[in-house]
Design a protein around this ligand. Structure first.
Ligand code: FE2
Length: 200
């Protein structure tokens, strides 16, 4: 009895999935092309962000690591462009557009106070936090792409995507490992800006 009900439910849910999917059909090449282009748009934005971070940061080892990752990111763009041409079946050419990077925006009420109170050292900390968020988002992006590529009969893309995935992981790990050292370097400036309660 219970068995019957389960199979009835399952067939009903299958039906509703197939009716929802009507009009959303595309070949796996079209779909993969779109996912690869979405990743490329993120890397296009990442290149621009890394270039401005390299100019902005005053911390020497951060500048060097960002510079190295900029070169990696340019190679990641090339890999994605190659995959789009190899697997995209000519559906859509590689995008030059830039995605919006997943960087949190504080509410205006806090942003105004931050601007008044924050030292350049604290701005550097916020930028490093954003670097970490972007790199971790890219890890998720490439990890998901490798699984999709496997399902979409693009198995040979997996090794290429995995190469970018390990670069993103290494960058995210580096930011995390470097955080204590960075805070140590920035702390004197932050400390100097702290007014003692008893002085007020
Ligand atoms: Fe990255």
């Amino acid at each position: 009895m219970a068995k019957k009900r389960t199979s009835k439910l399952r067939s009903r849910s299958n039906m509703s999935i197939s009716s929802r999917q009507k009009g959303k059909r595309a070949t796996s090449a079209q779909k993969l092309n779109l996912h690869l282009n979405e990743a490329l748009a993120i890397e296009n934005a990442a290149v621009q962000r890394l270039q401005s971070r390299i100019k902005q940061t005053k911390i020497k080892n951060v500048k060097q690591r960002l510079q190295a990752h900029l070169e990696e990111t340019k190679r990641q763009q090339e890999r994605l462009k190659q995959l789009i041409s190899d697997f995209g079946n000519g559906q859509r050419s590689a995008t030059k557009d830039k995605a919006q990077l997943p960087i949190p925006t504080p509410p205006k009420s806090l942003a105004n106070i931050f601007q008044k109170m924050m030292t350049s050292a604290e701005s550097e900390l916020i930028a490093a936090k954003e670097d970490a968020i972007v790199e971790n988002a890219e890890i998720i992006l490439y990890d998901m792409l490798t699984h999709l590529a496997e399902r979409m009969n693009a198995g040979s893309a997996i090794a290429i995507l995995s190469e970018s995935l390990s670069e993103e992981r290494a960058m995210a790990d580096w930011i995390k490992t470097n955080t204590p050292d960075m805070v140590t370097q920035l702390w004197p400036e932050i400390e100097a800006s702290i007014s003692m309660v008893e002085e007020e």
